[in-house]
Design a protein around this ligand. Sequence first.
Ligand code: 5AD
Ligand code: SF4
Length: 437
Amino acid sequence: MKSFHIITFGCQMNEHDSERMSGILQSQGLVPADSVDDAEMVILNTCSIREKAEQKFYSELGRLAHLRGRDGRRITIAVAGCIAQQEGKKLLSRSPTVDLVIGPSDIARLSGMIAQSRGSGRPVVETGGDPEYHQKLVPAARTDGLKAWVSIMYGCDNFCTYCVVPHLRGRERSRPPRDIVDEVRGLADRGYREVTFLGQNVNSYGKGLDSACSFPELLGLVQEVDGMERIRFVTSHPRDLSDGLISAIRDLPKVCESIHLPVQSGSDRVLASMNRRYTSDEYRGKVLRLRDAVPAVSLTTDIIVGFPGEGDEDFAMTLQILQDVQFDTIFAFKYSKRPNTKALELPGHVPEQVKEDRLEQVFSLQKDITFRKNHLHVGSIQEVLVEGESRKGGTLTGRTRGNMAVNFAGSHHLKGSLVKVRIIAAGPNSLSGDLCE
Ligand code: 5AD
Ligand code: SF4
């Protein structure tokens, strides 16, 4: 077997896990194939956060099974990620075409599993989770050249009642700071200019480390890495947004003024039932402190509509918090039942049509807010990291510190540099401007 292709579903964490699996396979001499048609092995790196993500995976698996049957092609099919962890060996009975099932904390064993399955001619399942995984140095085959993801922690201890993640990705484990700083230094040496730290709840980074290091302290260490120009991070839990982190965003020049702070709901009753452990006023208070210290901060959030027991008044409070906080952008979802989660048992599940209507209302309100906020940038001068030619061609594209895409005219030699751009127009998802001399 020489070639492989990875199809990734879900979040940035999964995208990065795919880079790692690709890194492992390439270090064994396998080559990435551009499509399923050219690959001898296909990895489906799956997501189970909502039912829809799961359905997408099963339809892709069906398509692959069909392809494999059709030309008598012997493609090896591996299932990785959250559904692999959730279903384990049940996947084998559900789909006899699956050869490997590998959980997110087991990917360092990928090549061993391939050899084992080839040797025995039987499927191999590994979802036990390697307790040392967070201390392992797993190579990642990144393709961007400029912006990199770096995992700083795995798992989550929060147990929000709707969320399947803690059941699948296990308890929080932080990577040693030295490993993270070394990885960032290696990236900077290879020309990378921006790093995004990944974790389910990066604000609580550091629990259980041999020598104590908090998340703001980690940011301080990475600030010192020459050549790395920008630092971002996702995701932050509002309860753990400390004054120390707010100060780090304010004081460390490389830390971008941008934070994803999922609020989920504006109703205290719903927040309590979600086990979020903050009230809407506490959330508002954190936002005030953040904006006080870092006025230009860009703020994004996640919203769930139709959580069990969410009545019209609760939902009105969600619209109210969107109105009050004025997020730059949001991600909004209909509540989706997930296996083993506490919310499954709650009374008052909301009819699909009501969820649908509420989601519409959320999007419609936020559309106007985002439009207004984007226009506030017009006339300002923004620092942009130039990523290269825009997809449509003809202009350069890059991102502001607040993570807004900006298109502007300029030479492609600027790729990889930080430039100043005067914003002249705003669209729904991007800005355009002129390069400042
Ligand atoms: N249903 C709907 N949305 C969910 N999320 C997590 N679990 C569920 C679920 N069961 C959303 C939350 C979280 C984001 C990553 O996905 O808003 O912040
Ligand atoms: Fe899920 Fe809550 Fe953990 Fe985020 S913080 S991964 S929503 S349990």
